[in-house]
Design a protein around this ligand. Structure first.
Ligand SMILES: Cc1cc2nc3c(=O)[nH]c(=O)nc-3n(C[C@H](O)[C@H](O)[C@H](O)COP(=O)(O)O)c2cc1C
Length: 158
């Protein structure tokens, strides 16, 4: 018998992760972003990571069309940024400090780490699309990361 959605959620909630905000710019220049914890390393050579994006997310099409994506790994003081980008609203970037990189993709101010990526592949993953990204540039800061575990935000202990 297949497991229920709740059983699946309960099991996955025991896996601690960081929190990212993944951003892209559409062809018309509109900026998109959403909170993503489904992010992981794939390959060292070439340097690949993956993100999983729900097909019903409003940014999904922009991510499919845009060749460039930025993965902003959030710092522990950026819980409000995670909450904002996890909420459907017209302009998620209002009141958020960011700059645009050479590709015109938003880079969030204060992120713990920034990975500037090119989309290499998009694969079907059930109700999500798996985007395989090649990391073209990185910026590693000194901030401690924001964490997510058991359905709650956490920070690293001492
Ligand atoms: C901690 C956290 C992690 C999340 N991780 C993902 C994820 O990995 N993939 C995803 O598609 N949505 C994820 N979401 C949900 C999206 O951020 C949320 O549905 C968002 O509003 C969708 O973007 P949209 O406004 O473009 O539709 C997560 C939400 C939270 C709070």
């Amino acid at each position: 018998m297949p497991i229920t959605n709740q059983e699946f959620r309960n099991a996955l909630a025991t896996f601690a992760s960081g929190v990212t905000v993944v951003t892209a710019a559409a062809a018309d220049g509109k900026l998109y972003g959403l909170t993503v914890s489904a992010f992981c390393s794939v390959s060292l050579d070439p340097p690949l990571v993956l993100i999983c994006i729900e097909k019903t997310a409003r940014c999904h099409e922009a991510f499919k069309e845009s060749g460039k994506i930025v993965v902003n790994v959030l710092a522990e003081d950026q819980r409000h940024v995670s909450e904002r980008f996890a909420t459907q609203m017209d302009d998620k970037f209002e009141g958020i400090e960011y700059s645009l990189n050479d590709a015109g993709t938003p880079v969030l101010e204060g992120a713990a780490t920034v990975l500037e990526c090119a989309v290499r592949e998009s694969l079907d993953g059930g109700d999500h699309t798996i985007f395989i990204l090649e990391v073209e540039d990185t910026e590693v800061g000194i901030s401690r990361p924001l964490l997510y575990y058991g359905g709650n935000y956490r920070t690293l202990g001492a």
